[in-house]
Design a protein around this ligand. Structure first.
Ligand SMILES: Cc1cc2nc3c(=O)[nH]c(=O)nc-3n(C[C@H](O)[C@H](O)[C@H](O)COP(=O)(O)O)c2cc1C
Length: 310
């Protein structure tokens, strides 16, 4: 029996078919057939497990959640449209007793380094010093200081860092400034190579990391060239990520955050701590909203202390 035979045996209830059409219509035409195929594979797998031949709306939602973990909002729309409107309404006014913001330290396997973590270099790669990403980053740095580390924080928005111009001079020869562009990135290259731990803070913009992060990584390319990479590989640095976003759902941008951890690894940084903050939108966009989640900030401090303890 081949897979197609099994898939064709699925029968959708009218409600499930309408919900699937609604889900697919929220995506661009070019992606719809491949998304539908992926979903059918999951439903077929469910069917083989004896779970369903009839696809009800509940089964469809379970399959959507399984197939598209990073499409939480779109799936939520299929599940319960009103819940989204209710959340948007609730975000209009700050509730100090039960704030909609949540700071979370992710449960991750331990990362240890052979050398002690003494010097921490942190970069707020976002446009709002004193914003909510910065508040959480500060809590992590406070924890790192408490753990005995020296901490230096850099604000991307106060530095002059141009986007990569694609000249690839960094691939051809060893440059005194690492990159043909001579700007504040020169200092950041030095700091990154010298530190024992690197912490990157950034907000989510348009469902991905904000553009400052993209500029930062494009410029890091200069460390990946044959002349500089040996310096990157000289030691393993521990890393931490602080990411925040507006929608109050704790793992909505898990994929984006994990991709940043993947990129940092390429530049000699193994991420050991991830702290995310969700719900910072509308009334909660105001600077200082992170301070409403005191337990979450305590978790962020604990992450900072753990980062600098080998
Ligand atoms: C241009 C822009 C785009 C944004 N896009 C998203 C988004 O796609 N999803 C989301 O959940 N929040 C989004 N947000 C909200 C921010 O991620 C959130 O408010 C973040 O906590 C801001 O961090 P800050 O206070 O450090 O500036 C966006 C904010 C801005 C200004």
């Amino acid at each position: 029996m081949d897979t197609n035979d099994n898939t064709s045996a699925l029968v959708f209830t009218e409600e499930a078919r309408a919900a699937l059409d609604g889900f697919l219509s929220s995506w661009p035409v070019v992606t719809r057939s491949s998304y539908e195929q992926k979903l059918m594979k999951t439903l077929d797998y469910f069917r083989l497990q004896g779970k369903a031949r009839w696809v009800t709306k509940e089964i469809l939602v379970a399959a959507l959640e399984e197939t598209f973990p990073s499409f939480e909002l779109t799936v939520q729309r299929v599940k319960d449209q009103h819940a989204i409107a209710d959340i948007m309404e609730a975000q209009k006014k700050v509730n100090k007793k039960h704030p909609l913001v949540a700071i979370k330290r992710w449960a991750l396997p331990a990362v240890s380094t052979t050398t002690p973590v003494r010097d921490v270099c942190a970069l707020l790669a976002g446009p709002r010093p004193g914003g909510n990403t910065d508040s959480i980053l500060d809590a992590v740095l406070e924890g790192a200081r408490k753990g005995g580390a020296r901490v230096e924080k850099h604000l991307f928005s106060k530095l002059s860092i141009a986007p990569c111009n694609g000249c690839l001079a960094c691939d051809k020869k060893e440059l005194a400034t690492f990159c043909a562009i001579k700007d504040d990135m020169t200092y950041l290259y030095q700091q990154l190579l010298a530190c024992d731990a690197f912490i990157l803070g950034f907000p989510i913009y348009t469902a991905r990391e904000c553009s400052h992060v993209a500029i930062f990584f494009d410029r890091l390319k200069a460390l990946g060239g044959p002349k500089q990479y040996a310096k990157v590989k000289q030691k393993l640095r521990k890393g931490a990520l602080v990411a925040t976003w507006g929608w109050p759902s704790e793992y909505l941008y898990k994929g984006v955050v994990e991709n940043i951890a993947f990129l940092l690894r390429h530049f000699g940084v193994e991420v050991a701590e991830i702290i995310t903050g969700s719900g910072f939108w509308d009334a909660y966009y105001a600077k200082g909203s992170a301070l409403l989640d005191k337990k979450g900030l305590a978790q962020a401090r604990a992450a900072g202390t753990a980062l600098v303890s080998s």
